[in-house]
Write a protein that binds this ligand. Structure first.
Ligand SMILES: CC(C)(COP(=O)(O)OP(=O)(O)OC[C@H]1O[C@@H](n2cnc3c(N)ncnc32)[C@H](O)[C@@H]1OP(=O)(O)O)[C@@H](O)C(=O)NCCC(=O)NCCS
Length: 157
């Protein structure tokens, strides 16, 4: 059974998150950057944990001038397709709504099909493109506008 339990990230989780960074990104955040993220006022840094408090996924976002930028959303390989990323994103939506943020932005590699499908399912639309941002491939800039009328978000964290 998959556990959807979200907590604010803490110092004890940084090593596990760093391992996930190495496994999933060609330019991983180092431990110091992750640690610093815990203390940045406008940073939203949340983990999904299992019953033994192991980190199964995490999200890092920033609130900047009334908008939200998602910098990372990562789920451990063994735990994918079970709704963890969706749960993490819902947590950020809830905070955005509470703070009347109107738009969420992110960058994704044009070849990252799982992530692009995930964002499409969440009604993100492409608003820009950075040529060769990831070496040979482009970065797509995606945006989701948050509606305060017709977009009920499950309040889960
Ligand atoms: C992208 C990622 C975060 C998705 O995490 P996840 O927990 O598996 O996603 P969820 O289970 O919440 O998926 C929600 C929906 O997204 C879409 N989706 C997710 N993974 C998919 C895949 N591999 N193929 C196609 N669609 C996918 C599906 O529509 C899915 O709904 P469904 O399972 O009911 O069909 C995960 O694959 C990951 O960590 N990738 C490596 C890191 C990364 O690339 N992060 C994004 C950087 S921009």
């Amino acid at each position: 059974m998959i556990i959807l339990k979200i907590t604010k990230a803490n110092r004890e989780q940084i090593n596990s998150i760093y391992q996930l960074e190495i496994e999933n990104y060609s330019s991983p955040y180092n431990q110091n950057s992750l640690l610093n993220e815990l203390f940045i006022e406008d940073s939203l840094f949340y983990c999904n944990i299992d019953l033994d408090n192991n980190v199964t996924g995490y999200i890092i976002a920033r609130l900047i001038l009334g908008e939200c930028e998602i910098h990372r959303i990562t789920v451990s390989k063994d735990y994918r397709r079970q709704g963890i990323a969706q749960n993490l994103l819902n947590c950020i939506y809830k905070i955005c709504i509470d703070q009347t943020v109107h738009a969420v932005f992110l960058e994704v590699n044009e070849n990252n099909r799982p992530a692009i499908n995930f964002y499409k399912k969440n009604n993100f639309i492409q608003v820009g493109q950075r040529k060769k941002y990831y070496g040979d491939s482009d970065a797509l800039i995606l945006q989701k506008r948050i509606s305060y009328v017709n977009d009920p978000i499950e309040r889960i964290c």
